[in-house]
Write a protein that binds this ligand. Structure first.
Ligand SMILES: [Zn+2]
Ligand SMILES: [Zn+2]
Length: 124
């Protein structure tokens, strides 16, 4: 795995861009509402508009579904060049911790994303 920033070879790569998942140094990254973005994808982010295309809420035991949503996000970017980013919320209810994962996508990609996701498993 690359250890240095692809744009600044003298700097260590530190954090993944929330959209392309590539690692960059801190000079290349900025944060918008809790999402870290590289300079290229910050433009896409700021243009929007973003919608929550998939929302799943699972207990910790069901984290397999969270993993499949993460893989789905990678698939969308790598095979279809559809930009998305994930956001997380944590809550405690009925004696268990719950994680809510939201897949955010551009409004124009909403219908293709939801049709591709239909085949996948649902939260137990
Ligand atoms: Zn990026
Ligand atoms: Zn850099």
């Amino acid at each position: 795995m690359e250890k240095n920033c692809p744009i600044h070879p003298n700097n260590k790569n530190e954090i993944n861009c929330g959209i392309c998942e590539q690692r960059f140094c801190s000079l290349c990254l900025s944060e918008e509402n809790g999402t870290v973005l590289c300079s290229k994808h910050k433009e896409i982010y700021l243009k929007g508009p973003w919608v929550k295309s998939i929302i799943i809420t699972c207990s910790e035991e069901a984290s397999e579904l969270g993993l499949s949503l993460y893989r789905f996000k990678e698939f969308l970017w790598e095979s279809k060049e559809i930009p998305t980013y994930l956001s997380f919320n944590y809550s405690y209810s009925k004696n268990s911790f719950l994680t809510t994962m939201e897949l955010n996508s551009l409004n124009k990609d909403l219908s293709i994303i939801t049709s591709l996701w239909t085949d996948k498993v649902n939260c137990p």
